[in-house]
Every structure is written in structure tokens, then in C-alpha cells.
Design a binder for this molecule. Structure first.
Ligand code: PRP
Ligand code: MN
Ligand code: MG
Length: 181
């Protein structure tokens, strides 16, 4: 089972649902007339994306992009590779990027630059979690669900070795789980 690998729950499903309602109300106001393109970053953003878009009472479109950062494990190269690109032309569009977490900021730093280069009209970010202590690239989300401490968090889209994405809460993984691998 999954839950036995979790040391403590940081953010419950109910906390997330309440926060999605609040963020959704704000986004409904901010995007009332823009028909934004809401861009989910695979795979971590999927559960939060599904929740947040259902709280936005405005016309919008969905698209998805899959990127991976790679390089040396201790010193990331900061290079980001596109695994799956958008299907949509973003020129002149208002973009709302949806993420599960901002850690170093490398993923979003790359994407914001890319979408500006592609002549998006505006690029904003909504993230379920923000880990400010992890930041290497100067990236700020426009809408943040929760700040998290510098711990190994999983669940609600966030994985460890592709597992735990389906936990309905955000929790801290027991150290023995990642130390044993
Ligand atoms: C994770 C997470 C963010 C990114 C944040 O994705 O979902 O997209 O890392 O880290 P950063 O701010 O340091 O760039 P990952 O690349 O692990 O892919 P995944 O979403 O498929 O798990
Ligand atoms: Mn991701
Ligand atoms: Mg991951």
C-alpha cells in the first residue's frame, strides 16, 4: 500500500479542494474575457489541473506539454528537453501554465522563455506547491496553492521514481523509502 510509506501528511485533500475554490474564483475574475490556453505540464500537474480548471467559470482551452530536465544528478545542467510539445499555436494567446510544484524553477524558467519567444500575449503560472528554498532560477508563480518546506514531498501528482502520484494528499516520504534505493 502507498500510505504506509508516508511519514506525515502536509496538505490534505480537503485543504487542496478549499484552496482550488479560492484560486478558481480569482482566476475566473482574472480570465473572464481572455479565453486563456491552460497548459498542463506532464505528468505532475495532471491531478491539480483537473481540479483547478473545474473551478474556473470562464471560457478556456486546455493543452499539455511534457518536458524533462536532464544532466548530472547533483549539478543539473538546467537543460530542458521537450518530450511532447503543445498542439496549439500560442501566438497572441493568454497562457496559464499549471504546475504541481516549483522547486529550482528551471522547468518554468525554460517554458516562460519559450512561450514568450513564441509570442504569447501573456504568460502566467498557477502552481499547487511552491518550494521557495529550492530556487535556482528567479521564477515567481502568479497563483500559489501552498508553500512547502524543503522536504521530499509526494502525492497529488508529485512522484518518487514515478510512484505516489495518485495519493489524494501531499505528504512527506519516509526516508527509508528513498534511502533503500
Ligand atoms: C517536476 C515537477 C515540476 C518540476 C519542478 O517534474 O512536476 O514540473 O519537476 O522542478 P524544478 O522547479 O526544479 O524544475 P519532473 O521533471 O519530475 O516530471 P514529472 O512532472 O513527470 O514528474
Ligand atoms: Mn513536472
Ligand atoms: Mg517527477
Amino acid at each position: 500500500m502507498l500510505a504506509k510509506d508516508i511519514e506525515k501528511i502536509l496538505i490534505t485533500r480537503e485543504d487542496i479542494q478549499k484552496r482550488c475554490v479560492e484560486l478558481g474564483a480569482q482566476l475566473t475574475t482574472d480570465y473572464a474575457d481572455n479565453n486563456p490556453l491552460v497548459v498542463g505540464i506532464l505528468k505532475g500537474a495532471v491531478p491539480f489541473m483537473a481540479d483547478i480548471v473545474r473551478e474556473i467559470d470562464a471560457h478556456l482551452e486546455l493543452d499539455f506539454m511534457d518536458v524533462s530536465s536532464y544532466g548530472n544528478q547533483t549539478v543539473s545542467s538546467g537543460e530542458v528537453k521537450i518530450i511532447k510539445d503543445l498542439d496549439t499555436n500560442v501566438e497572441g494567446r493568454d497562457l496559464l501554465i499549471v504546475e504541481d510544484i516549483i522547486d529550482s524553477g528551471r522547468t518554468l524558467g525554460y517554458l516562460v522563455d519559450l512561450f514568450k519567444y513564441r509570442k504569447a500575449k501573456s504568460v502566467k503560472i498557477v502552481t499547487l506547491l511552491d518550494k521557495p528554498e529550492g530556487r535556482v532560477v528567479d521564477i515567481h508563480a502568479d497563483y500559489v496553492g501552498f508553500d512547502v518546506p524543503n522536504e521530499f514531498v509526494v502525492g497529488y501528482g508529485l512522484d518518487y521514481a514515478e510512484a505516489y502520484r495518485n495519493l489524494p494528499y501531499v505528504g512527506v516520504l519516509k526516508p527509508e523509502i528513498y534511502q533503500s534505493n
